[in-house]
Unconditional design. Structure first.
Length: 170
């Protein structure tokens, strides 16, 4: 069984995924990291090939790792918007939606120019609000568990996930 982390950019999927792997001895996989290693910077993929091409790469990576067992998988922010990706991940994993407030997310991603969905936005805060409004219901729907991360340390969040996963024998 895999532990799968989903949620908006900036909620801590990578940082918490690394901590979970460290605590459990599981292998950590970051879908955006795999795509970057294989195909180049995500912002370049968006710019030169478009978002649809990037989403197809996400599905390719999802198929590859969803079939494996005993992983901690940190997904890209939009990966679970594709129903097929969710189905693949749920066959052998539990989805943990890491939820954070708009303020927390803005604080974490504001200076990060590598975020392709915020790049060139006249008002990054408004763009992020729109993405959050669009994605929040999907994250909540697909998640097996919702973990609020505001005001919690990485260690506290990881401990909460592990306690829930232990009940599922993840």
């Amino acid at each position: 069984m895999n532990i799968v982390l989903c949620g908006m950019m900036g909620v801590g999927k990578s940082t918490i995924g690394i901590k979970l792997a460290e605590l459990t001895g599981r292998r950590w996989v970051d879908t955006d990291g795999i795509i970057t290693t294989r195909y180049g910077r995500i912002s370049d993929i968006f710019e030169y090939y478009g978002e649809a091409h990037f989403r197809s790469l996400e599905t390719e990576v999802t198929k590859e790792f969803a079939e494996q067992d005993g992983l901690v998988i940190s997904t890209g922010g939009g990966l679970v918007l594709n129903y097929d990706n969710c189905e693949l991940l749920k066959k052998n994993g539990k989805l943990f939606f890491l939820r954070a407030s708009l303020e927390t997310i803005l604080e974490r991603v504001y200076a990060d120019e590598t975020r392709p969905l915020l790049r060139g936005a006249d008002n990054a805060e408004e763009r992020l609000k729109g993405l959050l409004f669009e994605r929040l219901p999907v994250y909540e729907h697909v998640a097996d568990y919702i973990i609020d991360t505001d005001g919690k340390s990485v260690e506290q969040t990881a401990a909460e996930i592990l306690a829930l996963a232990a009940g599922e024998k993840a």
